[in-house]
Ligand binder design. Structure first.
Ligand code: GRF
Length: 245
């Protein structure tokens, strides 16, 4: 946990990773102070970059939480691997820079992930949020944002990882499933768990009603999880995350 690859950590403070204790403050370089620039008096809202692949209803939940004042953060950029993702439209309607990065364009997976990292850094992102991003995030991005990439998953991890978690849980016949927000690692759906909430599966539930119930919880839990990061209320101890009041 917290191993830093200095070759890829860019030369500015990774606020989230340092505040959670995921990385040592001494492991990142602080920006050089210029005599001409006054340091900001008030801390700025956490700048988040949201990765999506589809409808973007979770992105919308973040946009709404920021708009109604329940989440103190700022969406700096939205990135989709799918050009037709409706989430890009939602972002543009909200005046947020939104960009499609084509996985096929650069020739290979490395070039694609390099383009994602480049876009996140260009927009000054401090926390990367995978909100319905249906691809594995490349090592380069994870290493450039140590302890500062979170993922939303529609099941209670470590149960039912993968891309069809809601269906898998339903077809397995479990009575309780749920939603997980966790820090991303290079292994799919495996990083330290930030928060989870259970969703019951009753006799009357169908796959459709379960999906609806999961989405209701996701839309509440993801902004809450971002809020915990933004308020620096997390502390890592091994893979356990402690949350302060
Ligand atoms: C969510 O259920 C997310 O957990 C899953 O994909 C869905 C994305 O929905 N991985 P949306 O694009 O946020 O509407």
């Amino acid at each position: 946990m917290g191993e830093i690859h200095r070759d890829v950590v860019p030369p500015f403070l990774r606020r989230v990773g340092v505040e959670t204790g995921f990385i040592e403050a001494s492991a990142v370089e602080l920006p050089a102070m210029s005599d001409d620039i006054e340091p900001p008096v008030e801390p700025q809202p956490l700048a988040i970059g949201v990765l999506i692949s589809g409808s973007g209803s979770n992105l919308q939940a973040i946009i709404d939480a920021i708009a109604d004042g329940s989440l103190d953060a700022r969406i700096a950029v939205v990135i989709s691997n799918k050009e037709a993702a409706y989430g890009l439209e939602r972002a543009r309607k909200a005046g947020i820079p939104a960009t499609h990065i084509d996985p096929a364009a650069g020739g290979d997976y490395r070039a694609y992930n390099h383009a994602i990292r480049e876009a996140l850094e260009r927009h000054g992102v401090e926390l990367v949020v995978m909100a319905g991003y249906m691809r594995l995030l490349g090592t380069e991005v994870l290493r450039a944002f140590p302890g500062a990439v979170i993922n939303l998953h529609p099941a209670l991890l470590p149960a039912f990882p993968g891309a069809s978690a809601i269906r898998d849980a339903f077809e397995y016949g479990v009575k309780v499933t749920g939603v997980t927000v966790h820090f991303a690692e290079e292994e799919f759906d495996r990083g330290p768990i930030l928060c989870q909430e259970a969703v019951r599966i009753d006799e009357t539930d169908t796959l459709e009603t379960l999906e609806k119930n999961i989405h209701v919880v996701e839309h509440r839990l993801l902004p809450e999880a971002i809020g915990l990061v933004a308020a620096a209320r997390l502390r890592f101890e091994g893979r356990t995350i402690h949350i302060s009041e």
